[in-house]
Design a binder for this molecule. Structure first.
Ligand code: FAD
Length: 433
C-alpha cells in the first residue's frame, strides 16, 4: 500500500471507499455493494433490478446525467482502482480490481476518460516524476483533464519511429518549441492535454532521437481540424503544431528516450482495445455479443417466430469466440511478469478487431436492409449502422493487424526480424519523399 495519508488524499477532493491492497475479496465486494446502494440514483437501481440490462438503464440515464454523476464514482477511487491512492486510485492489485468491477458491472459504469486512463496513465506511472504524477493523474481520474494521442503523422503510421515533428529546446531550458503535423488524433477538440512524440535529435537513428512530452492543447500554437468519417461523425482530427510551446517540466523521461516511454502508451492502448477481459474498456465501439444475443432473442419473441438457424449458428459461434477471447486476455494479463502488458497484448488486439467486425456485421445482417435505409427516428437501425461502419476501423486503429502479426511473429514466436535497412542510420540521412 502506498504511503499517502488519508488527509492528503482527501485534500485532492477524493473520498476513497475503505478498500486497500489488504482487503479480502468478500470484504471488497461487500464494501462496493454498500457503496452502490448509497450512491447510485434510485431510478438506475430500479432499471437494473428490472432485469432490462443496459437498454433499461439507457432509458433512465442520459449521457448528460452520467457525466454529472461521474465525479461521485471518481472521488470514491473506483475509476482507476489499481492506481496508487495518492493519485485517485485504491492501490489494489488487478485481480482485486476485477472483483470490484464485477460488482459494478450491472450498472454499466463506463469510463469517460479512456485515453487518459489507458494511454496517459501507464507512461506517467512508469516514467513520470512525482510532481508530474501529482499534477496530471488525479485530474485525469476526475475527468477534468481529458487526453488525446499525438503520435501518428501523415508520413508515420505503422513506422511510427519515422515521425518528423520536431521539438527544439528554448534557450532558457524551461520549454520547447514544437512544429509539425499529426493526424487521426481521436477526440482532439475536447482534449485538454496531448501525449506528444517529437524528434529532438536528428543526428541519431530514428528510435533514439524521439522525446515524449505532454502538450497543453488550449494554446495558440495548436490547431485541430475535424476529419469526417464514413459514419458521418468527426471523432478524429488533424493537429497542426506551429511553434507550440511545451514545458520542460512536461517532458516524460529523458530527452531522446521517448521511444521507450511510448511503449507504455502503446501497450495500454493495445490492452484497452483488446476486448472482453482485457481490463480496459470491454469494447471500443458498437455493442457487444451479449447484447446481440439479447437482441436476437427479443426480435424472435416480437415476431413470434424461431431464430433462423443460420443466424443462430453465427451468433453461437461469435459467443464462443467471445468467451475464448475473454479467457485468453485474462490469462495473458494474469501471467505477465512485467508491470504492463507485453507483446502478448497483440493477440487480444488482433482477435478483437476481427471479432468485433464480425459481431457488428452479423447484427446488421440480422436487422436487414433498414440498417442503411432508415428513417431519422429509427434509433435502433441508426445504432446498428454506426456499429457496423465504425468497426471497419478496428483493424487499423491501435496498430494495423499486419503490424500486430509482425509483433507476434518476432517477439512471441521468435521469427527473424523484418529487415529495416535504415534502422541504424542517422535520421537526417534517411531518404524521405
Ligand atoms: C479509428 C482510428 C483512430 C486513431 N486514433 C489515433 C490517435 O488518437 N492518435 C494517433 O496518433 N493515431 C491514431 N490513429 C492512427 C493509427 O495508429 C494508424 O492509422 C495506424 O498505425 C496505421 O498507420 P497508417 O494509417 O499511416 O497506415 P500505413 O502505416 O501507411 O499502412 C498502410 C498499410 O500498409 C500495411 N503495412 C505497413 N507497414 C507494414 C509492415 N511493416 N508489414 C506489413 N504491412 C504493413 C498496414 O498494415 C496497412 O494495411 C487512429 C487510426 C484509426 C483508424
Amino acid at each position: 500500500m502506498s504511503g499517502a495519508t488519508p488527509a492528503a488524499v482527501a485534500a485532492l477532493g477524493f473520498d476513497l471507499v475503505p478498500i486497500d491492497a489488504g482487503t479480502s475479496v468478500d470484504e471488497a465486494r461487500t464494501v462496493v455493494r454498500e457503496w452502490l446502494d448509497a450512491n447510485i440514483p434510485a431510478t438506475w437501481h430500479d432499471a437494473v433490478r428490472s432485469g432490462g440490462g443496459v437498454e433499461a438503464l439507457r432509458r433512465v440515464r442520459s449521457r448528460g446525467d452520467y457525466e454529472m454523476w461521474y465525479p461521485t464514482l471518481a472521488r470514491a477511487g473506483l475509476v482507476a482502482a489499481p492506481w496508487p491512492r495518492e493519485y485517485g486510485g485504491l492501490g489494489i492489485p488487478p485481480r482485486l480490481a476485477r472483483e470490484v468491477e464485477d460488482v459494478m458491472a450491472p450498472y454499466n459504469l463506463g469510463r469517460l476518460n479512456i485515453l487518459g486512463l489507458n494511454l496517459a496513465g501507464p507512461p506517467l506511472l512508469e516514467f513520470g516524476t512525482d510532481a508530474q504524477k501529482a499534477e496530471l493523474l488525479p485530474a485525469s481520474v476526475l475527468n477534468e483533464y481529458r487526453w488525446c494521442q499525438l503520435f501518428s503523422e501523415p508520413g508515420a503510421g505503422s513506422d511510427l519511429a519515422s515521425l518528423s515533428t520536431v521539438a527544439v529546446a528554448d534557450a532558457d531550458g524551461g520549454s520547447w518549441r514544437v512544429d509539425g503535423q499529426k493526424v487521426w488524433t481521436t477526440w482532439a477538440a475536447d482534449a485538454t492535454h496531448g501525449l506528444l512524440l517529437a524528434r529532438t535529435d536528428t543526428s541519431v537513428p530514428k528510435r533514439r532521437g524521439i522525446t515524449y512530452f505532454v502538450v497543453e492543447m488550449n494554446q495558440p500554437g495548436v490547431t485541430v481540424r475535424p476529419l469526417v468519417q464514413i459514419s458521418g461523425e468527426a471523432d478524429f482530427f488533424e493537429t497542426f503544431l506551429d511553434s507550440a510551446r511545451v514545458w520542460d517540466r512536461h517532458r516524460i523521461g529523458d530527452a531522446g528516450d521517448g521511444w521507450r516511454v511510448a511503449q507504455a502508451t502503446l501497450a495500454g492502448e493495445r490492452q484497452m482495445i483488446s476486448g472482453p477481459g482485457s481490463g480496459g474498456v470491454d469494447r471500443m465501439f458498437g455493442r457487444s455479443v451479449g447484447r446481440l444475443v439479447e437482441w436476437v432473442a427479443a426480435d424472435a419473441a416480437r415476431r413470434g417466430a424461431a431464430v433462423p438457424p443460420a443466424l443462430r449458428q453465427r451468433v453461437a459461434a461469435l459467443y464462443s469466440h467471445d468467451r475464448c477471447l475473454e479467457w485468453t486476455n485474462k490469462r495473458a494479463r494474469d501471467n505477465r511478469r512485467a508491470s504492463r502488458p507485453g507483446p502478448e497484448a497483440s493477440i487480444g488486439k488482433l482477435l478483437q478487431a476481427e471479432h468485433n467486425m464480425a459481431v457488428q456485421e452479423t447484427w446488421a445482417d440480422a436487422v436487414g436492409a433498414r440498417v442503411f435505409a432508415h428513417s431519422p427516428d429509427d434509433e435502433e437501425a441508426r445504432r446498428v449502422a454506426y456499429g457496423f461502419l465504425r468497426s471497419r476501423a478496428n483493424t487499423i486503429e491501435g496498430g494495423t493487424s499486419e503490424v500486430h502479426r509482425n509483433v507476434l511473429g518476432e517477439r512471441i514466436l521468435g521469427l527473424p526480424r523484418e529487415p529495416d535497412p535504415w534502422a541504424d542510420v542517422a535520421w537526417r540521412d534517411v531518404p524521405r519523399t
